[in-house]
Design a protein around this ligand. Structure first.
Ligand code: ATP
Ligand code: MG
Length: 365
């Protein structure tokens, strides 16, 4: 092509623990994809506990500014119990909340796929999970986690009058539902074009509004098949028939539970990838797991979740579904070759973090 394309600007925030090691592998893969019309401008900045040690804050202002000036953020991992004594605002995990707020991210996508080669690791029967590929789209800002009023009070009436009671408020405004529904339908357009909406519209007023809005938004996506499940039934189906799902759309509470349940299907914490999205294309991408301090610095961590997060970044923020598919195919290919990191026990060849990254790069060509 003779078109001059701008490089995709990627902010890389490695964090601590195994964050830097796995991010380095994802960067290898991204750099290997570069060529005519595919250019990445990669800038690194400190975040989390390592940023606190350097600057006195887990989210330095230049890091926020870099993220805001980028098309996407590739995030390693943050968190270390050695910072537990700090006040909440200074703890590593606060950086994630700060970035979410600064970038206006309200959607959490968790991608869980079980390649046939790894199906025997799953707690479910291999034939049930082989080839499963589920994307859980969870709303992150609203629902019972943030609804007001909330608190602890003396029960004003009823059987337990005078006792202490806790209360929270489940709530969703139409606009909040509308924007997360758009995220789910757009994601489905780049996948198998099926959205399963999860709520409790049989008992909850919040869910009735939620479902009405989802149905309304669906009219803008005639190419997408929309179905509905109550949350209890969705949990059962995720265990008994996970292959039926493509995109699952849920609010904060049900999405929290279902995305963790879905993650377990892979049988390995080193595989699921996660994305945080907002109104526009910009997003933040990370492995679904944490800092794994027990194995940090030993070149044994599994980099595949982070490499898959880079694929999600290409698909959802950089408009390069083609490159995302190339990465995903390369990951499948190295697994088919029998390459395994230590966490994926039982494989024929155990390789380290860096060798796994190299293998994915080699499989790209
Ligand atoms: P949090 O999610 O709050 O950070 P955590 O620190 O307990 O919790 P992880 O850091 O995800 O969770 O680690 C949990 C376990 O999984 C650890 O034993 C860790 O070594 C292992 N683990 C996590 N990620 C990987 C990986 N990429 N490769 C191999 N093992 C991993
Ligand atoms: Mg951790």
């Amino acid at each position: 092509s003779t078109l001059v394309s701008q490089p995709h600007r990627i902010a890389v925030l490695p964090g601590e623990g195994i964050g830097p090691e796995i991010v380095a592998q994802a960067l290898k893969v991204l750099r290997a994809l570069q060529g005519p019309g595919i250019e990445f401008e990669i800038n690194e900045a400190p975040v989390g506990g390592s940023a606190y040690l350097l600057t006195g804050t887990p989210l330095p202002q230049p890091t926020v500014e870099l993220a805001l000036a980028s098309d996407a953020v590739l995030f390693g991992a943050v968190g270390d119990p050695c910072f537990d004594h700090l006040e909440t605002a200074l703890r590593p995990e606060r950086a994630i909340l700060g970035l979410r707020n600064a970038l206006g991210l309200f959607a959490n996508l968790k991608q869980v796929s079980v390649p046939a080669e790894l199906a025997e690791l799953s707690p479910l029967r291999a034939d049930k999970v082989s080839g499963v590929d589920v994307l859980v789209v969870r709303e992150l800002n609203g629902d019972v986690y943030t609804g007001q009023p909330r608190g602890v009070r003396v029960a004003p009436d009823g059987l337990f009058t005078g006792e202490r009671e806790g209360f929270d408020t489940m709530r969703y405004a139409e606009g909040e539902v509308r924007r997360i529904a758009h995220v789910a339908f757009k994601a489905a357009q780049r996948r198998s074009k099926r959205v399963c909406n999860v709520d409790k519209a049989n008992v909850l007023a919040t869910s009735r509004v939620w479902r009405e809005v989802v149905i309304d938004v669906a009219r803008e996506y005639p190419d997408i098949e929309l179905t509905h499940l109550y949350a209890d039934s969705a949990a059962m189906q995720l265990i008994s028939n996970p292959g039926r799902f493509d995109v699952i759309l849920a609010g904060n509470l049900f999405g929290d539970i279902l995305s963790d349940a879905a993650s377990v299907l892979t049988g390995s914490i080193g595989l699921p990838a996660s994305a945080l999205l907002g109104e526009g294309p910009r997003g933040m991408y990370e492995a679904g797991h944490g800092t794994a301090l027990d194995i940090a610095g030993r070149d044994i961590a599994n980099p595949l979740a982070c490499i898959r997060a880079a694929a999600l970044m290409l698909r959802h923020s950089l408009g390069r579904n083609d490159l995302a598919q190339r990465i995903e195919a390369a990951v499948t290919s190295v697994l088919r070759q029998g390459l395994r990191t230590a966490d994926l026990a039982g494989g024929s060849r155990v390789v380290g973090t860096s060798a796994m990254g190299d293998a994915v790069v080699a499989a790209l060509r």
